[in-house]
Design a protein around this ligand. Structure first.
Ligand code: PEP
Ligand code: MG
Length: 325
């Protein structure tokens, strides 16, 4: 079956009734990009920069970072790359930057840490902008944003980094597009204001689920409660898609949900047409999308939204798959 999936990887992910879905890769290691990027994907939808940071014994210097980011852009061969600024804290420790907190998932993580350490943040922004200076490939993504003020502050640093570099390099350089992750539920209600500040958003369904359901995403004791298919979450995702459309805010989904067949069916039914996933899911999702009709899926979604649990939602979509085999 894997072989059958792979054979179609070079064909665009398009539903039977002609809806094109853009499929991107999630990555952190260069090795996970090499062959796949040229075949099949529309670019890199989430490059997790904390991974190269974790591979170092200390914060990588500006030039060390430029080197890595340049390689990522080169491997992507002109296709868009969304690079996320450092997202440590929570479940992602940096050995050389220990953080001790009672409640790490509600503590100092993602953009909070970057804004409290502008000297680190500016180096990273400068490295990214420098690596992407000669093309419009680079998009910068901010993790764990929980307020508009954080976006404004981050944009101020981005501007500073951009103008400093422009003057240092003495030439015109591309200005990257800027976006934020939607992981904190409160931001779902501020998408109009978000749209005035950034070029795009990316829904991080892993953290969004954790924070909407108040369930630690890594705690086995409550793992059965951690359910992206919870009808409340699905309603929030549907609403978010509508709001983004209304405010002309490009949106993608980059959590695990966007690489699972059931999740993809529901997300596409909601109107999401940019999905970013792990390399291992790409061929299978492409294969699936080429065999469904977008118009059939709306009905399925409406039914799913009336159900009372994630378990029922999964069963419904599974039955739909079986009915079509
Ligand atoms: C997410 O939270 O959905 C996400 C993509 O980010 P990460 O899994 O790296 O926290
Ligand atoms: Mg996250």
């Amino acid at each position: 079956l894997q072989n059958r999936y792979a054979q179609e990887l070079n064909l665009p992910a398009e539903t039977i009734d002609g809806k094109r879905i853009h499929l991107y890769l999630n990555a952190g290691l260069l090795s996970s990009l090499e062959s796949e990027i040229a075949e099949g994907s529309d670019g890199v939808g989430l490059y997790r920069t904390e991974i190269p940071f974790m591979l170092h014994q200390r914060f990588p210097s500006e030039s060390e970072q430029v080197k890595v980011y340049r390689q990522v852009l080169e491997i992507a061969c002109g296709k868009p790359v969304v690079m996320r600024t450092l997202d440590v804290g929570g479940d992602k420790p940096l050995a050389y930057f220990p953080i001790n907190e009672e409640n790490p998932f509600l503590g100092w993580r993602g953009i909070r840490l970057s804004l409290d350490h502008p000297e680190l943040f500016l180096v990273q922004l400068r490295a990214m902008i420098q690596a992407g200076a000669d093309s419009d490939q680079l998009h910068i993504l901010l993790p764990m944003v929980s307020s508009l003020d954080e976006i404004d502050q981050a944009i101020t640093y981005l501007e500073q980094a951009y103008f400093e570099l422009k003057s240092d390099l003495g030439k015109d350089i591309f200005r990257p597009k800027i976006g934020i992750m939607i992981e904190v539920p409160a931001l779902l209600y501020q998408l109009a204001e978000v749209a005035r500040r950034v070029d795009f958003v990316s829904v991080g369904s892993n953290d969004l689920t954790q924070y909407m359901l108040a369930v630690d995403r890594n705690n086995p004791r409550v793992s059965t409660l951690y359910d992206c298919y919870h009808p409340g979450i699905l309603r929030a995702l549907k609403r978010a898609r509508f709001d983004c459309w209304q405010y002309h805010l490009p949106v993608s989904v980059c959590g695990e949900l966007a690489g699972e067949p059931i999740g993809v069916i529901l997300l596409v039914a909601m109107g999401y047409d940019q999905l970013s996933m792990n390399q291992g899911s790409l061929a299978r999702i492409n294969y699936l999308l080429r065999r469904v009709s977008h118009s059939d899926l709306s009905e399925l979604l409406e039914m799913a939204l009336t159900l009372s649990s994630g378990q029922e939602v999964r069963e419904l979509v599974r039955e739909y798959f079986e009915s079509r085999e």
